[in-house]
Design a protein around this ligand. Structure first.
Ligand code: SAM
Length: 425
């Protein structure tokens, strides 16, 4: 049983919250009790004054220390183990850990300020200050309501199902997964298939995955403290592990603007693989539909992965292990979707000038905030065709030096792009 005592100028502000639903039942079951103390009962003057002008001048009134401290002392004399909390914007920001800690108490006293707040000296008579967020309320009553609600539901027996508190947002340091109920189809929005599958293992995995993704997207600050498996940590915490690069040999332009298949080169494969490894990307695709060129690419890769080269230069072997050969872009997309569980966002690169481009800082920011994998396309020859560019989700701004000369090799461009997106200062 946790006994809350609230010191307030407005006891009626609590009745509606306490007379309904879970908190009402918790009181009926004697799991919590809430005593409302009217601060005016601790005044000694005829007019029951609880506030006065601020020393030093300024707006508004300040709550006098005498009635507040008299109320605290009276409550402590009855419940000597009481923990006294002042609701205040100066306090530590209340969160699930604070709620869990306070739920262990037997007696909790919540003081609600009003006006411009309480006389500073009151703080010498309390145990801690808590704020419910970075905004100013007109009084501590809504904040005390929040604390009572969040603490009470963690007391065993208060929630019908003991597990429901354990699953919820914040309890494991993550936001909770999305919930659905009937109907299965609401205005064309369908409940995800996995939740209707009856396969509990898949449902569990899906929920964990959604919980991780939501937290990554909306509250990345929580992830650092959440308990994650090593695999989850790697996948979520590092941006680069969601980045793929594809070097397209078809369809690309030749110097006359014709769509052609370009030749595979030893240097491009080596250098992009080495840049990819340096910046920690997940995979590097060499894309050509020409079987003879695929064979050549494979020979280059295998030489360093398995042949003489693998003994001769171990670091080159590590880099080339990133390389994968595929016929067409669609195969790359299927591959990534299989590996990551979702389609990548496609980022096209081009040296050609043009409007509506995504800047490097914008893309860097997006990579940080979203968990979706990202595939960066580089074109060989005279660059990616308009068809490929129009299929992409973003077109990255062209790399620009201080001169008009703009003929970087694709392997240099790849290194610069990776550095701008993933490099450390
Ligand atoms: C208008 S506020 C006083 C604000 C104070 N002058 C300041 O700027 O920090 C009046 C009372 O509302 C309560 N309060 C306001 N914002 C709060 C918050 N974010 N969390 C907890 N209590 C809050 C406190 O009890 C406070 O004493």
């Amino acid at each position: 049983m946790l006994n809350f005592t609230v010191i307030t100028l407005f006891p009626d502000m609590f009745t509606s919250l306490l007379d309904h639903s879970i908190l009402k039942k918790a009181q009926e079951k004697n799991l919590i009790a809430v005593g409302l103390v009217d601060l005016r009962d601790y005044t000694t003057d005829r007019h029951h004054v609880t506030d006065d002008y601020p020393y030093g001048g300024g707006q508004g009134m300040v709550m006098k220390p005498e009635p507040l401290v008299a109320a605290v002392e009276d409550i402590r004399s009855k419940f000597n183990s009481a923990r006294v909390v002042l609701l205040s914007p100066h306090g530590r920001v209340f969160n699930q850990q604070h709620a869990a800690r306070l739920a262990q108490e037997k007696e909790l006293v919540l003081i609600c300020g009003r006006y411009e707040g309480v006389d500073e000296r009151v703080k010498s008579f309390i145990d801690e200050e808590l704020s419910i967020g970075d905004y100013t309320l007109s009084g501590g009553e809504p904040a005390a309501n929040v604390v009572i609600d969040a603490v009470a539901r963690l007391i065993p027996g208060v929630l019908g199902n003991e597990n429901s508190a354990a699953d919820e947002s914040f309890s494991n340091g993550l936001l909770e997964y999305p919930q659905y109920t009937r109907p299965e189809d609401f205005r064309g929005l369908r409940v995800p298939e996995v939740l209707r599958s009856g396969d509990h293992q898949r449902i569990k995995q899906w929920r964990r995955e959604m919980s991780l993704r939501l937290t990554r997207e909306r509250r990345p600050d929580l992830l650092a403290k959440a308990s994650l498996s090593r695999e989850e940590g790697n996948r979520l915490l590092t941006v680069e592990s969601r980045v793929y690069v594809a070097l397209l040999h078809y369809p690309v332009y030749d110097k006359n603007g014709q769509v052609v298949t370009s030749a595979v080169t030893n240097m491009d494969i080596h250098d992009i693989a080495r840049s990819g490894k340096t910046y920690g990307i997940r995979g590097f695709y060499v894309v050509t539909p020409v079987k003879a060129l695929q064979k050549l690419a494979l020979k280059i890769i295998e030489h360093w992965e398995e042949g003489y080269g693998s003994q001769y230069n171990i670091t080159r072997k590590e880099a080339l292990a990133l390389a994968r050969i595929r016929d067409v872009l669609d195969d790359v997309l299927i591959d990534i979707e299989r590996e990551c569980g979702e389609k990548p966002r496609i980022v096209a690169t081009t040296a050609r000038p043009g409007g509506n481009r995504t800047s490097f800082p914008e893309l860097r920011d997006m990579l940080l905030k979203r968990t979706q994998p990202c595939l960066i396309l580089f074109g060989t020859g005279w660059g990616l065709t308009e068809t490929i560019i129009s299929q992409s989700d973003y077109v990255l701004q062209a790399i620009q030096g201080p001169t008009d000369y703009n003929h970087l090799s694709v392997r240099s461009a790849a290194a610069i792009v990776l550095d701008r997106l993933l490099g450390r200062p």
